[in-house]
Ligand binder design. Structure first.
Ligand SMILES: Cc1cc2nc3c(=O)[nH]c(=O)nc-3n(C[C@H](O)[C@H](O)[C@H](O)COP(=O)(O)OP(=O)(O)OC[C@H]3O[C@@H](n4cnc5c(N)ncnc54)[C@H](O)[C@@H]3O)c2cc1C
Length: 339
């Protein structure tokens, strides 16, 4: 089986983390992944095939089994289906771990911001960084009230076991109101010293954190965000469409998993579709420009993206593109998944 093909996992255990958040622990062996990555789950539906991304809250360095944590969204379809229907023994079809919300250096000092269910990828990063590195971590964790704090006990225990290495700063809306950019800036001002920042949570929370970090002069390339959006209908099993009608083509050089491949790229076809059609094991999840599972680096040439709801200006400036949405503009394009 290719590394990025869908596979079926069996749920070993469902853990009720809070009143509205469940973790699914899957039977082993775990697939390889990096802290901060996510799985894409197929959600049964009598409509079109439905998919939802869920970050791994387990750590590849600490936990033997894969775990995702899902918080109910009011009136949401996928999250409520998972929380209402999945139990030990249920099989779930998933796309393997993907995503780029991972520190380059797990030994470095890190500034982490989580709001609500945004703790899931951050939890994975915290556990891996504490286990593998010697860096100091500051975690600002915002929640509605104390009953909605996912992993409260586990985080308190980690902080106790690693004195001086994990500073936990809880923010409760029920006590302190919604955090403003000014308040967040004051909170982390002593810890802004050139370290990378990772942010995951509701949109307004992430916006406030970004403003706070900008006010504190944190350079934008050090700031990483993970947006929790829902994938729309057509993700799962969308057909691979390569328009090879003898029309204009470019040439693409692809570096993937240490191999270099050169292909003719019909200009009406998306890069990911081309790679999948040619049997390359390229990563992907949503296939509609909503997640970053298929992101690769543009080394040379020019592409245009049909849709991009995830890469920010900074990412584009650094050369990141979404293979699932990219069409060639220049005659020669070089991309790398390994850069
Ligand atoms: C990279 C990434 C990581 C994420 N990680 C997490 C995480 O760790 N934890 C977490 O809780 N969330 C996470 N999310 C968010 C998660 O993927 C969902 O967006 C969230 O659970 C809300 O989904 P929902 O279906 O419940 O709600 P909504 O998206 O609000 O559901 C409503 C949608 O479902 C459609 N719908 C309604 N009925 C049906 C039906 N019968 N069949 C098909 N569609 C229907 C509606 O048209 C509507 O569009 C992550 C998202 C991303 C992109």
């Amino acid at each position: 089986m290719s590394d990025h093909a869908p596979r079926t996992l069996v749920v070993k255990e469902v853990v009720k983390e809070t009143g509205d958040a469940h973790s699914l622990v899957f039977e082993g062996p775990a697939m390889p992944y990096r802290p901060g990555q996510f799985l894409t789950l197929r959600i049964p539906s009598d409509r079109e095939p439905t998919a939802r991304c869920y970050s791994l809250s387990s750590s590849p360095d600490v936990d033997d089994l894969l775990k995702v944590t899902i918080k109910r969204t009011v009136d949401g379809y996928g999250s409520n289906w998972v929380c209402d229907n999945i139990e030990a023994g249920t099989t779930v079809e998933v796309l393997p771990p993907a995503g780029h919300f991972t520190p380059r250096d797990l030994g470095a000092d890190l500034l982490l911001f989580a709001g609500g269910s945004g703790i899931t990828p951050v939890m994975s990063i915290v556990k891996s960084a504490l286990k593998r590195g010697r860096g100091r971590l500051v975690l600002v964790y915002a929640n509605r009230d104390d009953s909605s704090v996912i992993f409260a006990a586990e985080l308190a225990e980690l902080s106790r076991r690693h004195p001086g290495r994990l500073v936990l700063l809880h923010w409760l809306e029920s006590v302190q109101g919604l955090p403003s950019a000014e308040q967040l800036a004051e909170l982390v001002r002593p810890h802004v010293d050139g370290r990378e920042a990772f942010i995951c949570g509701p949109g307004p929370f992430m916006d406030a954190v970004k403003v706070a970090l900008a006010e504190l002069g944190v350079p934008r390339p050090l700031v990483h965000v993970e947006k929790f959006v829902s994938l729309s209908g057509t993700t799962w099993g969308a057909p691979v469409e390569v328009v090879d009608d003898g029309g204009p083509s470019s040439t693409v050089h692809v570096e993937l998993d240490g191999d270099a491949t050169e292909l003719s790229w019909p200009q009406q076809s998306k890069l990911l579709d081309l790679l999948l059609a040619k049997g390359l094991d390229a990563p992907y999840s949503c296939r509609q420009g909503d997640c970053s599972a298929c992101a690769c680096k543009l080394l040379e040439g020019e592409v245009t993206m049909i849709n991009n709801n995830v890469l920010e200006k900074q990412d584009l400036d650094e050369g990141w593109i979404l293979a699932c949405q990219s069409l060639p503009v220049s005659d020669l394009v070089k991309v790398s998944y390994d850069a």
